[in-house]
Design a protein around this ligand. Structure first.
Ligand code: HEM
Length: 498
């Protein structure tokens, strides 16, 4: 039999199996919202561009409305698009929608051969407890206490000490420095130490995180997301994601060993110490979530969740300011008025700096670093908008659609800080701002990210003016891809000391 005959036979068999399984599928899938008709095994993948998955999903919502079913391969997923439906799900039914959906690249690592995921990809009460440990205990270990953190007390910030007024830096791409600074914050929190930017181990750590971020946004990464069972066995660059996780785990393992040898329960230094103590306290509890394996996975996941997100946002933010010097000018004015040139910014300044707060929110809205959020699931069978969503069904919250919802933002496609300002120039919250998702999903990471964005941005602008190498009007601020992490193209700038 020739190849095309074999293929036709296979397709015919698939179609038959699919039709035969239809009644069973109906039973297990509840009464799902309508969506494009899926093909057996391929689902709706021929109706979208894998490379532009998010844009394609957005486009489908124009035909099928704010809630529709989309088949990622053979897995049905319910897609939520637009502020209204996201609010109803993530905020008004936060508890029901708080389950973790399939995120194959992370699960491949987090679940590994064990059943205990790290906190970035866990679910249930034990996981919440680990999250609380992460936020409460180790945040309080940050030098200067939360809310009182000053830039010079944060790792990497000594590098921002101002040179003489008028001195111009050479043109440089800020990516590397921002990644180092952001990553060093997590290092302080987790390992209790910062690294020099020339430290080989630290650079390897950064490379591994960056490489995984890129791989997950690539077409290979998207294919892994859609066809996890098949792609795990298909050779290709996506398999490097798992290898990179293993190398990161080895790095964490070394730190863990040193911490175990020097642990002093009366003097906890960092996240690892907090976790180690919890392991000791719960050693007689057979159901405990706290063990070395969870700790290693959680730590690696924290690095992954907390490094590229903040540095990409900042990198995007600086590019936007190069494009809009008039906005940078207003930021300088507010910084000079509230903080002045002689002391370092601190988080208490934020409430007195509505314009800066609005610009940072708008950078996050516009940069849209996690446009698709992470997949959720419902924790029990629920009725939602007239449909029955069965426990365990994958929910894809298209956060980008809330952040660009024309009913909530007057110029969704434009960078405009007045989206977050009222008529009197006061900061105005907008519930459609979902950079960190919404409802019970936010919290961990959010407070640290906000602190970093505020302190880094105000400190840079307190001492420097940004200078583009081309005319501002020539700067393209559109994102390079619409995948995980909408990253702007590499660019260069100069810093002019103020
Ligand atoms: C600009 C920076 C950041 C953005 C835009 C961002 C965005 C997000 C989003 C959208 C989620 C998914 C929430 C959900 O739907 O469940 C998430 C989860 C998470 N982020 Fe961030 N994040 C940022 C920075 C950070 C930082 C600095 C950390 C800390 C190390 C962090 C740690 C986490 C963790 C642990 C989760 C999983 C939480 C959970 O499972 O509930 N993030 N982040």
């Amino acid at each position: 039999m020739d190849f095309s005959a074999t293929l036709s036979l296979l397709l015919a068999l698939c179609l038959m199996a699919w039709l035969l399984l239809a009644p069973w599928r109906k039973k297990t899938q509840g009464h799902l919202p309508p969506g494009p008709t899926p093909l057996p095994f391929l689902g709706n993948m021929l109706q979208v561009e894998v490379k532009e998955l998010i844009k394609s999903l957005q486009k489908l919502s124009e035909t099928y409305g704010p809630i529709y079913t989309f088949h990622l391969g053979s897995r049905p997923c319910v897609v939520l698009a637009g502020y209204q439906v996201l609010k109803e799900a993530l905020i008004e039914k936060a508890e029901e929608f708080s389950g973790r959906g399939d995120f194959p690249a992370v699960q491949m690592w987090s679940n590994g051969n064990a059943t205990r995921p790290g906190i970035v990809y866990g679910t249930g009460e034990r996981w919440r407890e680990a999250l609380r440990l992460g936020t409460a205990d180790s945040m309080s270990l940050l030098p200067g206490r939360p809310g009182k953190v000053r830039l010079k007390e944060l790792p990497g910030c000594g590098r921002l000490s101002p040179p003489r007024r008028g001195v111009k830096s050479k043109p440089f791409d800020p990516t590397f420095f921002l990644s180092c600074a952001g990553s060093n914050i997590i290092c302080t929190l987790v390992f209790g130490e910062r690294f020099e930017y020339t430290d080989r181990k630290f650079l390897t750590l950064l490379n591994l995180i960056n490489s995984n971020w890129k791989l997950m946004s690539s077409t290979w990464g998207q294919l892994l997301f859609v066809f996890p069972k098949i792609m795990r066995h298909v050779p290709g660059p996506h398999r490097q994601i798992y290898q990179n996780y293993l190398k990161l785990a080895a790095f964490v393992g070394e730190q863990l060993k040193t911490h175990q040898e020097t642990l002093d329960p009366n003097n906890l230094r960092d996240f690892i110490d907090c976790f180690l103590l919890k392991i000791q306290q719960e050693k007689n509890n057979p159901a405990t979530h706290f063990n070395e394996e969870t700790m290693s996975k959680t730590t690696v996941n924290l690095f992954f969740a907390g490094t590229e997100t903040v540095s990409s946002t900042l990198r995007y933010g600086l590019l936007i300011l190069l494009r809009h010097p008039e906005i940078e000018e207003k930021l300088h004015e507010e910084i000079d008025r509230v903080i002045g040139p002689h002391r370092s910014p601190c988080m208490e300044d934020r409430s007195r700096m509505p314009y800066t707060d609005a610009v940072i929110h708008e950078i996050q809205r516009f940069a849209d670093i996690v446009p698709m959020g992470v997949p959720h699931t419902v924790t029990r069978d629920i009725q939602f908008r007239g449909y029955t969503l069965p426990k365990g069904i994958n929910i894809i919250p298209l956060l980008c659609t809330a952040q660009a919802d024309p009913s909530q933002f007057k110029h969704p496609g434009r960078f405009d800080p007045t989206h977050f300002l009222d008529q009197d120039g006061r900061f105005r919250r907008n519930d459609a701002f979902m950079a960190f998702s919404a409802g019970s999903a936010t919290g961990w990471g959010e407070s640290l990210a906000i602190m970093e964005l505020f302190i880094f941005l105000t400190s840079i602008l307190q001492h420097f003016t940004l200078r583009a190498l081309v005319a501002p009007a020539e700067i393209d601020i559109s994102p390079e891809s619409s995948g995980l992490g909408s990253i702007p193209r590499p660019y260069q700038l100069r810093l002019l000391a103020r």
